[in-house]
Structure formats: C-alpha cells, structure tokens
Design a protein around this ligand. Structure first.
Ligand code: F6P
Length: 362
C-alpha cells in the first residue's frame, strides 16, 4: 500500500540531520514507493500547512555532506505548552489538537520525529493522542538513553578535539592556562571524550561537582614538574561542589529550558585569584553544532533514516531507532526519554581519564 509519511527535525540542529532526511526520502521512495512530506521548523510546521512540503529524490540531492537541516528546526514551540498572547500577557496553552487535525488533513499515515529528549517527549505525547510516530535520536550532547550514540555527537567531538589541539600550541608558547568551554547541557560526554582525545590536563563535567582548590593545586604541581601551561575543558553544565550551575539565560515562557553558559569565565576568575598565571577562555559554542558531519555521523544518520522507514513498514510505532553495539534496532520512546544518559563518575571512561593523570575536578 502506498503510504504518505511526514518527517520533521526538532530541537537544536546538529550535523547528520540531512543524512537522516535523505535516508528517509530515498528508502521511502525507492524501496517502498511511498510519498514523503517534509515539515518545516519542527512541530511548529504542523501548525501551518504551508510549511508542509513534498520531498522528492530531487529535494535531497547533494545534502549528505551538509550540516544543519534542510527542513529548519526550533528548540521552542512545544504544542502541548505553547506560548500564546492572552490579554497582553504570554500564557502557555495546549494546542496539540491543531497538530493532530493537521496531520489528518495532510493524510499522514505516520510521522518521523528526529530530535533529542525534548522533541521525542513531544512525539510521545502525540503518540498517546493516536498519531503513529517513529523517533530518531539526535543531539550533539549524546545524552539520550537506550542508544549508544546519537548522530551529531561524533562531529561535535571532532570539533572540540581540534580546538584543543590548537589551544595546546598557543598555551605552551605563552605558559598559560587555557580553558575550553564546551556544550553538552547536563551531560559531560563532549568534555570528557574530547578532553581525553585532546590531551587535556583538567576536565570538568556536571556529573562530578568540582573542587577549585584541588584544581589549582594540580595546575601548580604541573608547573612545578616543568609543564608551565595547562589545558582545562569545562562542560557548560559543570558546577562547583556546593555551588550552582552558571546560567546565561533562565527559562521563561518562551525559552522553555534554561540556557547554560559562563562556567569557563567563572573557573578562570577563580584560578587567576589563586595562581600567578595568565588564564584565557575559549567558548566553543555553536561551532560544535555546525559544519559537515563526520563519516560516522553520515553513516549513523543514514542508518537511522532507513530504519525509521522500515519501522513504519513493520508497524513499529511509538518507538525510536537506536544503536546498540554495532546494530541498529529500536526501543520505546518512553524508555528512551525516561532519564538522561549521564557519564558514570565511577565508570570506565572517567577511570581512563584519571589513569592518564587527568584531573577530573575532585
Ligand atoms: O542540546 C544541544 C545544545 O547545543 C546544548 O549542548 C546547548 O546547551 C544548547 O543546545 C544550546 O542551545 P541554543 O542553540 O538555544 O543556544
């Protein structure tokens, strides 16, 4: 039977989204002879039918190496909690019925939602309202449960490791402490794995609240041993033991989640106060989300995209494609979004870092 399926990309963009879109469109058309509708700007696109456009083989030609998403995205716009103006004030309203109606108007047999924790939770709520949803896990943060990796993470790691290589040469020349602030929200994966790959001396992650006095002593000891520079990687969600996270912008009625940022400067100030060393901060920011996906992310995105189509063919709804070991399989979206996947402070990767002499903030 010829099906009509929709695909949207939600939440922060990341490299590999276009590989997923291409994988979905190619396998839906070539293998199954189905039609695909691309929905622009995440779930917002389902509130405006003009944002729902047919995708053809032509539409996805040449997009595999391109970063971003040809469909556009937003990390706002939850239809179950949508900001609307009422009597001059912004209030939250559940307008999800409009989304369901529009899905019916479009005649969609199924919807593929490509997103991180936030977007997949919305997909799950739509599934509860009867929409036949399939999820694809996306985020540079790699913090989604039930999948070994999300696509986008590997590219972000490459960018962060490259930045660390570059910071090393200038840190060494000037005998400075160089702090690199990386993304990752409440998970320390990017900081931990790029820090190991980039030869960092100190890595600060949200899962291990840090002790500044100990960080300063370790930098001092390094200097005493003749290494007159140090490289610190700070995850944006890292925080001092007994203290708070550094927030660049608090959550409000439009910005549903707080925006983290500023931990690099915070740590720099403290180190400068206790050590007689020059300290500089680099905030890597959205460079981690941009650019062409790595080979790994192109492959993973393509595999997730074709798997999502196969899941629709098999009637596997309310589930998310995932990677377990080297195999693509699926889990319920409920399981995948129950908790965040965080670094285990006593796990093998942290132990590797500490065995290498990297100071983990404790
Ligand atoms: O979830 C991806 C991510 O890049 C996080 O690492 C970061 O905290 C956040 O999104 C930044 O969001 P924005 O694009 O709104 O600044």
């Amino acid at each position: 039977m010829c099906k009509n399926i929709g695909i949207l990309t939600g939440g922060g963009d990341c490299p590999g989204l276009n590989a997923v879109i291409r994988g979905v469109v190619k396998s839906a058309i070539i293998r199954h002879g189905w039609q695909v509708i691309g929905i622009e700007d995440g779930f917002d696109g389902l509130l405006d039918l003009r944002k729902c456009i047919p995708l053809t083989l032509e539409s996805v030609r040449g997009i595999l190496p391109r970063g971003g998403t040809i469909l556009g995205t937003t990390n706002r716009g939850n239809p179950f909690n949508y900001p609307v103006e009422l009597d001059g004030k912004i209030v939250q309203k559940d307008i999800s019925d409009r989304v369901v109606e529009n899905i019916q108007t479009l005649g969609l047999d199924a919807l593929i939602a490509v997103g991180g924790e936030g977007s997949l939770k919305i997909a799950l709520e739509l599934a509860k309202k009867g929409v036949q949803v399939v999820g694809v896990p996306k985020t540079i943060d790699n913090d989604l449960c039930e999948t070994d990796f999300t696509f986008g993470y590997n590219t972000a790691l490459e960018t962060a490791t490259d930045a660390l290589d570059k910071l090393h040469t200038t840190a060494e020349s000037h005998h400075r402490v160089m702090i690199l602030e990386v993304m990752g929200r409440y998970a320390g994966w990017i900081a931990l794995e790029s820090g190991i790959a980039g030869g960092a001396d100190v890595i600060l992650i949200p899962e291990i609240p840090f002790d500044l006095a100990r960080i300063c002593s370790s930098i001092k000891e390094r200097s005493a041993r003749g290494s007159r520079f140090s490289i610190v990687v700070a995850a944006e969600g890292a925080f001092p033991a007994g203290g708070d996270r550094v927030v660049a912008k608090a959550a409000d009625e439009c910005q549903i989640i707080e925006r983290l940022g500023g931990i690099g400067q915070y740590v720099a100030k403290q180190i400068e106060q206790c050590l007689d060393m020059d300290v500089r901060v680099t905030v890597l920011g959205h460079l981690q989300r941009g650019g062409s996906p790595t080979t790994f992310d192109r492959g993973l995105g393509s595999r997730f995209g074709t798997k999502a189509v196969q899941m629709i063919a098999d009637g596997e709804f309310g589930r998310m494609a995932c990677l377990k070991g080297r195999t693509i399989t699926s889990v319920t979206i409920e399981e995948a979004t129950r908790d965040l996947k965080l670094v285990d402070p006593e796990g093998e990767i942290v132990k590797t870092a500490e065995d290498l002499g990297i100071m983990m903030g404790r």
